[in-house]
Design a protein around this ligand. Structure first.
Ligand SMILES: Cc1cc2nc3c(=O)[nH]c(=O)nc-3n(C[C@H](O)[C@H](O)[C@H](O)COP(=O)(O)OP(=O)(O)OC[C@H]3O[C@@H](n4cnc5c(N)ncnc54)[C@H](O)[C@@H]3O)c2cc1C
Ligand code: FES
Length: 306
Protein backbone atom coordinates (compact mmCIF):
# COMPACT_ATOMS: atom_id res chain seq x y z
CA UNK A 1 0.00 0.00 0.00
CA UNK A 2 1.46 3.37 -1.04
CA UNK A 3 1.27 5.73 1.94
CA UNK A 4 1.36 8.72 -0.44
CA UNK A 5 -1.95 7.76 -2.04
CA UNK A 6 -3.82 6.76 1.09
CA UNK A 7 -4.51 8.62 4.29
CA UNK A 8 -5.63 7.05 7.57
CA UNK A 9 -8.93 8.40 8.89
CA UNK A 10 -7.66 7.97 12.46
CA UNK A 11 -4.40 9.90 11.93
CA UNK A 12 -4.00 12.64 14.54
CA UNK A 13 -7.04 11.43 16.48
CA UNK A 14 -7.32 10.22 20.08
CA UNK A 15 -6.68 6.71 18.71
CA UNK A 16 -3.41 7.36 16.84
CA UNK A 17 -0.87 5.75 16.99
CA UNK A 18 -2.77 2.47 17.03
CA UNK A 19 -2.13 -1.28 17.00
CA UNK A 20 -0.79 -0.97 13.45
CA UNK A 21 2.06 1.27 14.65
CA UNK A 22 3.07 -1.33 17.24
CA UNK A 23 3.10 -3.96 14.48
CA UNK A 24 5.16 -1.87 11.98
CA UNK A 25 2.08 -1.58 9.74
CA UNK A 26 1.05 2.09 10.08
CA UNK A 27 -0.91 3.24 7.04
CA UNK A 28 0.90 6.60 6.86
CA UNK A 29 4.26 6.59 8.65
CA UNK A 30 7.17 4.91 6.85
CA UNK A 31 9.14 4.78 10.12
CA UNK A 32 6.28 2.84 11.66
CA UNK A 33 6.27 0.55 8.63
CA UNK A 34 9.79 -0.49 9.62
CA UNK A 35 11.43 1.31 6.68
CA UNK A 36 13.83 3.40 8.77
CA UNK A 37 13.28 6.69 6.89
CA UNK A 38 10.66 9.48 6.81
CA UNK A 39 8.57 9.76 3.65
CA UNK A 40 4.92 10.55 4.30
CA UNK A 41 2.34 13.14 3.23
CA UNK A 42 0.80 13.60 6.68
CA UNK A 43 0.53 17.30 7.59
CA UNK A 44 -0.43 16.81 11.25
CA UNK A 45 1.60 16.04 14.38
CA UNK A 46 4.31 13.46 13.58
CA UNK A 47 2.91 10.00 14.30
CA UNK A 48 6.39 8.57 14.90
CA UNK A 49 7.13 11.30 17.49
CA UNK A 50 3.87 10.57 19.29
CA UNK A 51 4.68 6.87 19.35
CA UNK A 52 8.30 7.36 20.44
CA UNK A 53 7.47 9.77 23.30
CA UNK A 54 4.72 7.47 24.55
CA UNK A 55 7.36 4.78 25.08
CA UNK A 56 6.76 3.02 21.74
CA UNK A 57 3.16 2.36 22.66
CA UNK A 58 -0.18 2.94 20.97
CA UNK A 59 -2.79 5.30 22.42
CA UNK A 60 -5.94 3.99 24.12
CA UNK A 61 -8.33 1.78 22.16
CA UNK A 62 -12.06 2.25 21.65
CA UNK A 63 -14.02 0.43 24.29
CA UNK A 64 -17.44 -1.22 24.20
CA UNK A 65 -19.85 0.34 26.66
CA UNK A 66 -23.51 -0.05 27.56
CA UNK A 67 -25.70 2.99 26.81
CA UNK A 68 -29.42 3.59 27.37
CA UNK A 69 -31.84 3.64 24.43
CA UNK A 70 -34.03 6.72 24.96
CA UNK A 71 -36.12 6.42 21.79
CA UNK A 72 -37.07 3.46 19.63
CA UNK A 73 -39.50 3.07 16.75
CA UNK A 74 -39.98 0.56 13.95
CA UNK A 75 -41.08 1.49 10.42
CA UNK A 76 -41.31 -1.53 8.12
CA UNK A 77 -37.96 -3.35 8.27
CA UNK A 78 -36.13 -0.42 9.86
CA UNK A 79 -35.64 0.18 13.56
CA UNK A 80 -34.77 3.76 14.54
CA UNK A 81 -32.89 4.10 17.83
CA UNK A 82 -31.97 7.19 19.82
CA UNK A 83 -29.11 6.39 22.19
CA UNK A 84 -27.89 8.51 25.08
CA UNK A 85 -24.10 8.57 24.93
CA UNK A 86 -21.34 10.59 26.59
CA UNK A 87 -20.78 14.20 25.57
CA UNK A 88 -17.44 13.16 24.10
CA UNK A 89 -19.06 10.48 21.91
CA UNK A 90 -21.75 12.88 20.70
CA UNK A 91 -19.12 15.48 19.81
CA UNK A 92 -16.84 13.15 17.86
CA UNK A 93 -19.67 11.31 16.10
CA UNK A 94 -21.30 14.36 14.56
CA UNK A 95 -18.99 14.46 11.56
CA UNK A 96 -20.03 12.85 8.26
CA UNK A 97 -18.87 9.26 7.82
CA UNK A 98 -19.17 8.46 11.52
CA UNK A 99 -20.34 5.04 12.58
CA UNK A 100 -20.33 2.79 15.64
CA UNK A 101 -20.47 -0.93 16.29
CA UNK A 102 -23.59 -1.89 18.14
CA UNK A 103 -24.97 -5.11 19.63
CA UNK A 104 -27.57 -6.45 22.01
CA UNK A 105 -26.14 -6.56 25.55
CA UNK A 106 -26.88 -10.31 25.74
CA UNK A 107 -24.94 -11.05 22.54
CA UNK A 108 -21.26 -11.92 22.24
CA UNK A 109 -18.78 -9.39 20.81
CA UNK A 110 -18.89 -11.03 17.37
CA UNK A 111 -22.49 -9.78 16.98
CA UNK A 112 -21.07 -6.25 16.67
CA UNK A 113 -22.63 -4.60 13.62
CA UNK A 114 -21.31 -1.41 11.98
CA UNK A 115 -24.08 1.21 11.82
CA UNK A 116 -23.83 4.80 10.56
CA UNK A 117 -24.68 7.78 12.69
CA UNK A 118 -27.79 9.23 11.09
CA UNK A 119 -27.97 12.28 13.33
CA UNK A 120 -26.33 13.56 16.45
CA UNK A 121 -27.27 16.11 19.12
CA UNK A 122 -24.19 17.19 21.03
CA UNK A 123 -26.16 19.34 23.50
CA UNK A 124 -28.38 16.42 24.52
CA UNK A 125 -25.58 13.85 24.10
CA UNK A 126 -27.66 11.61 21.87
CA UNK A 127 -26.97 9.78 18.63
CA UNK A 128 -29.63 8.55 16.22
CA UNK A 129 -29.28 5.46 14.06
CA UNK A 130 -31.47 3.55 11.60
CA UNK A 131 -30.95 -0.20 11.33
CA UNK A 132 -32.39 -2.34 8.57
CA UNK A 133 -33.22 -5.69 10.09
CA UNK A 134 -31.87 -8.36 7.74
CA UNK A 135 -29.75 -11.12 9.29
CA UNK A 136 -28.51 -12.64 12.55
CA UNK A 137 -26.77 -9.59 13.95
CA UNK A 138 -29.38 -6.95 13.21
CA UNK A 139 -32.31 -9.21 14.27
CA UNK A 140 -30.79 -9.32 17.74
CA UNK A 141 -31.19 -5.54 18.02
CA UNK A 142 -34.97 -5.65 17.85
CA UNK A 143 -35.27 -6.81 21.48
CA UNK A 144 -32.66 -4.45 22.90
CA UNK A 145 -34.45 -4.20 26.25
CA UNK A 146 -33.62 -0.52 26.84
CA UNK A 147 -29.83 -0.57 26.49
CA UNK A 148 -27.28 -1.49 23.81
CA UNK A 149 -23.54 -2.05 23.70
CA UNK A 150 -21.78 0.58 21.58
CA UNK A 151 -18.14 0.60 20.43
CA UNK A 152 -16.76 3.70 18.77
CA UNK A 153 -16.21 6.31 17.52
CA UNK A 154 -15.29 5.28 13.95
CA UNK A 155 -15.20 7.61 10.96
CA UNK A 156 -14.53 5.79 7.69
CA UNK A 157 -18.17 5.14 6.74
CA UNK A 158 -17.78 7.40 3.70
CA UNK A 159 -15.05 7.64 1.05
CA UNK A 160 -14.16 11.12 -0.14
CA UNK A 161 -14.34 12.81 3.27
CA UNK A 162 -11.80 15.42 2.27
CA UNK A 163 -13.90 16.52 -0.72
CA UNK A 164 -17.05 16.51 1.41
CA UNK A 165 -15.49 18.66 4.11
CA UNK A 166 -13.82 21.18 1.80
CA UNK A 167 -16.60 21.81 -0.76
CA UNK A 168 -18.08 25.27 -0.20
CA UNK A 169 -20.44 27.64 -2.02
CA UNK A 170 -21.16 25.03 -4.68
CA UNK A 171 -24.07 23.05 -6.06
CA UNK A 172 -24.08 19.39 -5.01
CA UNK A 173 -26.14 16.32 -5.82
CA UNK A 174 -27.01 13.63 -3.27
CA UNK A 175 -28.40 10.24 -4.29
CA UNK A 176 -29.50 7.94 -1.50
CA UNK A 177 -31.09 4.54 -1.77
CA UNK A 178 -32.76 2.69 1.09
CA UNK A 179 -30.82 2.50 4.35
CA UNK A 180 -28.00 4.56 2.80
CA UNK A 181 -30.20 7.57 3.50
CA UNK A 182 -28.87 7.31 7.07
CA UNK A 183 -25.23 8.27 6.37
CA UNK A 184 -26.47 10.80 3.80
CA UNK A 185 -28.14 12.94 6.48
CA UNK A 186 -24.97 14.04 8.34
CA UNK A 187 -23.28 14.55 4.97
CA UNK A 188 -26.08 16.79 3.66
CA UNK A 189 -26.09 18.78 6.89
CA UNK A 190 -22.36 19.33 6.52
CA UNK A 191 -22.73 20.47 2.89
CA UNK A 192 -25.50 22.89 3.86
CA UNK A 193 -23.41 24.28 6.73
CA UNK A 194 -20.71 25.06 4.16
CA UNK A 195 -23.14 27.14 2.14
CA UNK A 196 -23.71 24.61 -0.64
CA UNK A 197 -26.98 24.11 -2.51
CA UNK A 198 -27.95 20.44 -2.28
CA UNK A 199 -30.30 18.58 -4.64
CA UNK A 200 -31.49 15.25 -3.26
CA UNK A 201 -32.69 12.21 -5.20
CA UNK A 202 -34.06 9.13 -3.45
CA UNK A 203 -35.07 5.72 -4.74
CA UNK A 204 -38.60 5.27 -6.05
CA UNK A 205 -40.15 2.21 -4.47
CA UNK A 206 -43.52 2.16 -2.82
CA UNK A 207 -42.45 -0.12 0.04
CA UNK A 208 -39.27 1.85 0.79
CA UNK A 209 -39.43 4.37 3.61
CA UNK A 210 -37.91 7.66 2.45
CA UNK A 211 -36.97 9.03 5.85
CA UNK A 212 -34.57 11.63 4.50
CA UNK A 213 -37.46 14.06 4.00
CA UNK A 214 -38.31 14.03 7.73
CA UNK A 215 -34.97 15.74 8.26
CA UNK A 216 -34.42 17.78 5.14
CA UNK A 217 -37.71 18.29 3.33
CA UNK A 218 -38.87 16.96 -0.01
CA UNK A 219 -36.24 15.43 -2.28
CA UNK A 220 -36.18 16.96 -5.76
CA UNK A 221 -36.83 13.63 -7.47
CA UNK A 222 -37.60 9.99 -6.92
CA UNK A 223 -36.11 7.64 -9.48
CA UNK A 224 -35.90 3.90 -9.95
CA UNK A 225 -32.27 3.41 -8.91
CA UNK A 226 -31.78 -0.23 -9.98
CA UNK A 227 -32.59 0.80 -13.58
CA UNK A 228 -30.38 2.82 -15.95
CA UNK A 229 -32.78 5.79 -15.54
CA UNK A 230 -30.71 7.02 -12.63
CA UNK A 231 -27.50 7.40 -14.67
CA UNK A 232 -29.38 9.16 -17.49
CA UNK A 233 -31.04 11.53 -15.01
CA UNK A 234 -27.69 12.30 -13.35
CA UNK A 235 -26.10 13.12 -16.66
CA UNK A 236 -28.98 15.47 -17.56
CA UNK A 237 -28.89 17.18 -14.15
CA UNK A 238 -25.13 17.51 -14.37
CA UNK A 239 -25.43 19.43 -17.66
CA UNK A 240 -28.00 21.79 -16.16
CA UNK A 241 -26.37 22.35 -12.78
CA UNK A 242 -22.64 21.75 -13.11
CA UNK A 243 -22.44 19.93 -9.77
CA UNK A 244 -19.07 20.11 -8.02
CA UNK A 245 -19.76 17.13 -5.77
CA UNK A 246 -21.95 14.06 -6.07
CA UNK A 247 -22.69 11.92 -3.00
CA UNK A 248 -23.86 8.39 -3.78
CA UNK A 249 -25.35 6.44 -0.90
CA UNK A 250 -26.06 2.93 -2.13
CA UNK A 251 -24.55 -0.30 -3.40
CA UNK A 252 -21.27 -0.54 -5.32
CA UNK A 253 -23.08 -1.30 -8.64
CA UNK A 254 -25.19 1.85 -8.19
CA UNK A 255 -22.06 3.89 -7.44
CA UNK A 256 -20.18 2.48 -10.44
CA UNK A 257 -23.10 3.06 -12.81
CA UNK A 258 -23.28 6.76 -11.93
CA UNK A 259 -19.53 7.37 -11.73
CA UNK A 260 -18.90 5.76 -15.14
CA UNK A 261 -21.68 7.78 -16.72
CA UNK A 262 -20.61 11.16 -15.32
CA UNK A 263 -16.83 10.73 -15.49
CA UNK A 264 -17.02 10.49 -19.25
CA UNK A 265 -18.21 14.04 -19.49
CA UNK A 266 -17.41 16.09 -16.44
CA UNK A 267 -14.92 16.86 -13.72
CA UNK A 268 -16.68 16.33 -10.42
CA UNK A 269 -15.76 14.98 -6.97
CA UNK A 270 -17.50 11.79 -5.89
CA UNK A 271 -18.30 10.88 -2.30
CA UNK A 272 -19.57 7.35 -1.68
CA UNK A 273 -20.69 5.16 1.17
CA UNK A 274 -18.22 2.50 2.34
CA UNK A 275 -20.04 -0.75 1.57
CA UNK A 276 -17.27 -3.15 2.52
CA UNK A 277 -17.71 -5.77 5.24
CA UNK A 278 -16.27 -4.24 8.39
CA UNK A 279 -15.63 -6.31 11.50
CA UNK A 280 -12.90 -4.89 13.76
CA UNK A 281 -12.74 -1.37 12.28
CA UNK A 282 -9.11 -1.24 13.49
CA UNK A 283 -7.18 -2.44 10.44
CA UNK A 284 -6.50 -5.82 12.03
CA UNK A 285 -9.02 -8.51 11.02
CA UNK A 286 -8.70 -8.05 7.24
CA UNK A 287 -12.39 -8.41 6.43
CA UNK A 288 -12.55 -5.00 4.72
CA UNK A 289 -9.40 -5.36 2.60
CA UNK A 290 -9.71 -4.48 -1.09
CA UNK A 291 -7.13 -4.17 -3.89
CA UNK A 292 -6.58 -0.69 -5.30
CA UNK A 293 -5.85 -0.06 -8.99
CA UNK A 294 -2.14 -0.84 -8.51
CA UNK A 295 -3.00 -4.16 -6.86
CA UNK A 296 -2.00 -3.01 -3.37
CA UNK A 297 -4.15 -4.20 -0.47
CA UNK A 298 -6.08 -1.40 1.22
CA UNK A 299 -7.70 -1.59 4.66
CA UNK A 300 -10.91 0.19 3.82
CA UNK A 301 -12.05 0.53 7.44
CA UNK A 302 -9.29 3.13 7.90
CA UNK A 303 -7.95 4.28 4.54
CA UNK A 304 -9.09 7.33 2.57
CA UNK A 305 -7.66 8.14 -0.84
CA UNK A 306 -5.77 11.44 -0.77
C1 LIG B 1 -19.62 1.69 7.61
C2 LIG B 1 -20.94 0.97 7.56
C3 LIG B 1 -22.08 1.62 7.94
C4 LIG B 1 -23.32 0.96 7.91
N1 LIG B 1 -24.43 1.65 8.31
C5 LIG B 1 -25.61 1.00 8.34
C6 LIG B 1 -26.78 1.68 8.80
O1 LIG B 1 -26.75 2.86 9.15
N2 LIG B 1 -27.92 0.97 8.85
C7 LIG B 1 -28.00 -0.36 8.46
O2 LIG B 1 -29.07 -0.95 8.54
N3 LIG B 1 -26.92 -0.98 7.99
C8 LIG B 1 -25.73 -0.36 7.93
N4 LIG B 1 -24.62 -1.03 7.49
C9 LIG B 1 -24.78 -2.40 7.03
C10 LIG B 1 -24.86 -3.34 8.22
O3 LIG B 1 -23.64 -3.33 8.92
C11 LIG B 1 -25.18 -4.76 7.72
O4 LIG B 1 -26.45 -4.72 7.12
C12 LIG B 1 -25.22 -5.72 8.87
O5 LIG B 1 -23.89 -5.96 9.31
C13 LIG B 1 -25.90 -7.00 8.46
O6 LIG B 1 -25.72 -7.96 9.48
P1 LIG B 1 -26.77 -9.13 9.68
O7 LIG B 1 -26.10 -10.21 10.47
O8 LIG B 1 -28.03 -8.59 10.26
O9 LIG B 1 -27.12 -9.61 8.23
P2 LIG B 1 -26.39 -10.65 7.27
O10 LIG B 1 -27.44 -11.56 6.79
O11 LIG B 1 -25.14 -11.18 7.88
O12 LIG B 1 -25.94 -9.71 6.08
C14 LIG B 1 -26.84 -8.94 5.30
C15 LIG B 1 -26.02 -8.04 4.39
O13 LIG B 1 -25.13 -7.21 5.18
C16 LIG B 1 -23.78 -7.45 4.83
N5 LIG B 1 -22.96 -7.50 6.05
C17 LIG B 1 -22.94 -8.49 6.98
N6 LIG B 1 -22.06 -8.22 7.95
C18 LIG B 1 -21.49 -7.01 7.61
C19 LIG B 1 -20.50 -6.20 8.19
N7 LIG B 1 -19.85 -6.56 9.30
N8 LIG B 1 -20.16 -5.05 7.58
C20 LIG B 1 -20.78 -4.67 6.45
N9 LIG B 1 -21.74 -5.40 5.84
C21 LIG B 1 -22.07 -6.56 6.41
C22 LIG B 1 -23.75 -8.79 4.12
O14 LIG B 1 -22.69 -8.86 3.20
C23 LIG B 1 -25.09 -8.82 3.45
O15 LIG B 1 -25.05 -8.12 2.24
C24 LIG B 1 -23.39 -0.37 7.48
C25 LIG B 1 -22.23 -1.04 7.08
C26 LIG B 1 -21.01 -0.37 7.11
C27 LIG B 1 -19.77 -1.09 6.68
S1 FES C 1 -12.54 -4.19 9.48
FE1 FES C 1 -10.91 -5.34 10.35
S2 FES C 1 -9.24 -4.74 9.08
FE2 FES C 1 -10.80 -3.42 8.40
Amino acid sequence: MNSKQWQCVDAGSDYCPCHLAEENSCIICTQLQGKGYCDCNWMGVCIYDEFYFAGNKKKGVRESREYPVVGSKVIGKIIFLTIKVTRYMARVLKQPGSYVFIRNKHSDYFFDVPISIMDCDEEKSVIKIAVEICGVKTKKLTDHGGTVIVRGPYWNGIFGLNALKTTQNARCLVLARGIAQAPAILSIKHLLKNNNVVDIIVNKRTDEHNFIKEYLGEPIREVNMPSDDVAILCRELMKENNYKLIFIGGSDPLQNKIIECIQETDDVKFVTTNNNPICCGEGICGSCVKKDKSGALVKTCKAQRI
